[in-house]
Design a protein around this ligand. Structure first.
Ligand SMILES: Nc1ncnc2c1ncn2[C@@H]1O[C@H](COP(=O)(O)OP(=O)(O)OP(=O)(O)O)[C@@H](O)[C@H]1O
Length: 253
């Protein structure tokens, strides 16, 4: 653990949040002055009871929700100062995997089209981790599926023909396809069978190590957070009440 922390400290900061506030119409303060940073290759766990503001914070970060106050820096760029058009571009450097894989797919698109959507939208070619730049779309898509241990034969299927765990693997493949600076994982295993949860967590961990990915991992499941994260932050009623090393939380139980 110590070695990992030292090597992480040498990594550049990918994300920094400073004093982020969000109040919903009606006056409910869901996020109150949250600050943290994530370095390249690091997974920061975010835990807290239901309603503590975790998803609101994630949505502010992903620009799906407008924060009222605060600063969000992504790779040294101040997202809070960007115009809407600039923010739309910058936002592409972040990807997300949400709890419900079914909600992440257009039921009318094949898995291949869903998988390639971000690459096509961003006019990107083959991800550098797949190697050769001249790959056909089919080869890119099948190689991405291979990365998440799914066969190429699934490319022609529709989301309704895949299990929840398989869909979540496709969502993960899609998230890594554009080589994002940060992936927000908002309860990515909560809707899956217990037997599948561990496999998906292992996959996320392996990909993080192979591709030096940075994650914000939001979960109710402390053992999952412990497995995934080097550090974790705890939210309560919109506030950050603790930041600790993953192992410290478990040592004190
Ligand atoms: N659109 C909204 N309008 C008003 N209040 C909202 C809205 N979205 C969320 N809230 C409130 O903000 C608070 C924080 O919600 P949020 O979904 O961020 O919590 P959470 O920690 O992610 O919870 P969970 O773990 O159950 O998903 C809750 O009290 C919720 O009712």
């Amino acid at each position: 653990m110590q070695l990992l922390q030292i090597s992480n400290l040498e990594q550049p900061e990918v994300l920094r949040l400073k004093n982020v506030w969000k109040t919903y119409p009606g006056g409910y303060q869901a996020v109150k002055g949250i600050s943290f940073c994530i370095r390249r290759g690091e997974c920061l766990g975010l835990v807290g009871e239901s309603g503590s503001g975790k998803s609101t914070l994630a949505r502010c970060l992903l620009a799906l929700e407008r924060m009222d106050e605060g600063e969000i820096w992504l790779n040294g760029r101040p997202l809070h100062k960007l115009t809407s058009a600039q923010l739309y571009q910058a936002r592409r450097e972040m990807q997300a995997v949400f709890q419900n894989p079914s909600g992440s797919f257009n039921s009318k698109l094949t898995i291949m089209d869903s998988l390639l959507e971000p690459i096509r939208c961003q006019n990107k070619g083959c991800p550098s981790f797949l190697g050769s730049p001249g790959m056909s779309e089919w080869k890119i898509a099948s190689s991405l599926l291979e990365r998440v241990h799914l066969p190429a034969s699934y490319l022609d299927r529709y989301p309704s023909e895949l299990s929840g765990g398989q869909k979540q693997r496709v969502a993960i493949a899609r998230a890594i396809s554009v080589e994002p600076s940060l992936i927000v994982l908002d309860e990515p295993t909560a809707s899956l069978d217990v037997s599948i949860q561990a496999k998906v967590l292992n996959l996320l961990k392996d990909l993080q190590e192979e591709l030096c990915l940075s994650y914000l991992f939001i979960s109710h499941d402390l053992s999952a957070v412990h497995f995934m994260s080097e550090r974790l932050t705890v939210m309560q009623r919109g506030e950050m009440v603790d930041v600790c090393e993953g192992k410290d939380l478990f040592d004190s139980r």
